[in-house]
Design a protein. Structure first.
Length: 231
């Protein structure tokens, strides 16, 4: 893959492209968890094995003190500060705008004004933000994936959601997760369904707070099935 860096609102985004990227290529945003950065998620781009797409891995906007250099967060993990969540959400909206309408990715003939298909996914805090941003983005989102995530305040996330009810949403979680208990994804799935989202899938695995080959395989097949439809 060809690796480059872009800046959005002064924050770094790691961009990973195939050697030849086709017109109208899908864009997959991958959001890291607490206390890490984009580099932590970079191996997933190869492991997902989804050809002919662009991966965008933004650093979260909050620097963590008392952590090694390059440790970021999307929000205060102890207070679940709603204001911080919404600020990070606004930042992600700008990232999503930037890469779904990238003038450097020439669209296919006849689709000059059509945005590139956009998927947002993340792990832990990144999973929280994939739901938060994916559900509230005014543009088109092809799919949302939350791995080991949750919804701190379902009412705030869903009350003015922009995503259509048929948006495919995958929640993946470990039943042995002692950092973010599996109840978080179960509650999120139930909240989504009660709101009216009809394409919600929850997959549980006998694992802790991690991503395994099996769980990533489920994400891979989900994304390939979505992108194969040409959404």
């Amino acid at each position: 893959m060809i690796i480059s860096e872009a800046k959005v609102e002064g924050h770094s985004c790691l961009v990973m492209d195939p050697p030849i990227i086709p017109p109208g290529a899908p864009v997959i945003l991958i959001l890291h968890g607490l206390g890490t950065n984009a580099d932590d998620m970079a191996p997933l781009c190869e492991q997902l094995n989804i050809p002919n797409c662009r991966f965008v891995l933004p650093d979260a906007p909050l620097h963590l003190t008392g952590y090694p250099e390059g440790a970021y967060a999307w929000y205060n993990f102890q207070a679940h500060d709603r204001e911080e969540i919404e600020k990070s959400r606004e930042y992600l909206f700008k990232v999503m705008d930037r890469f779904s309408n990238d003038k450097n990715l020439r669209p296919a003939a006849g689709q000059e004004k059509k945005p590139n298909p956009l998927v947002i996914m993340g792990f832990s805090q990144g999973g929280v933000m994939s739901l938060e941003a994916g559900l509230n983005y005014k543009g088109k989102v092809a799919a949302i994936v939350s791995m080991s995530g949750y919804m701190p305040d379902p009412w705030s996330t869903l009350t003015k959601a922009e995503a259509p009810f048929e948006t495919p949403i995958l929640l993946v979680h470990g039943t042995h997760d002692d950092v973010v208990p599996v109840a978080g994804s179960r509650h999120a799935a139930e909240s989504l369904k009660q709101t009216g989202y009809s394409a919600v899938t929850l997959k549980e695995f006998p694992m802790g707070h991690t991503i395994t080959e099996e769980s990533l395989g489920t994400v891979r097949e989900f994304l390939k099935s979505i992108l194969a439809t040409g959404i």
